[in-house]
Design a binder for this molecule. Structure first.
Ligand SMILES: [Zn+2]
Length: 93
């Protein structure tokens, strides 16, 4: 199933970040593939999947490793700032 394959690609991308010295290129390739599959097959990514990578550079967003996390409590958002400079705001409950 496409959705499973996308999930697997994203978890592979996640593992790369943790295990390799220079994980960026391969990790980003996995994310790119997952995104291409999702748009090609018109499969929507889950909420957590959608927010697990940077939309600008396809890098996995891992607090303390590839991004910094700021809490913007006034607007009820968590701001993830990627190494490339892109910011993603995620509403929290
Ligand atoms: Zn980025």
């Amino acid at each position: 199933m496409v959705q499973e394959r996308i999930g697997r690609l994203l978890s592979l991308a996640y593992e790369r970040i943790g295990s390799e010295k220079e994980p960026d290129a391969l990790s980003r390739r996995y994310v790119k593939l997952a995104r291409e599959m999702s748009s090609h097959y018109k499969v929507r990514l889950g909420r957590s999947e959608k927010h697990s990578f940077c939309k600008k550079c396809n890098s996995m967003l891992i607090p303390g490793k590839t991004c910094t996390v700021t809490l913007a409590s006034s607007i009820g958002k968590v701001i993830y700032k990627c190494k490339c400079g892109a910011e993603t705001g995620i509403f929290y409950k």
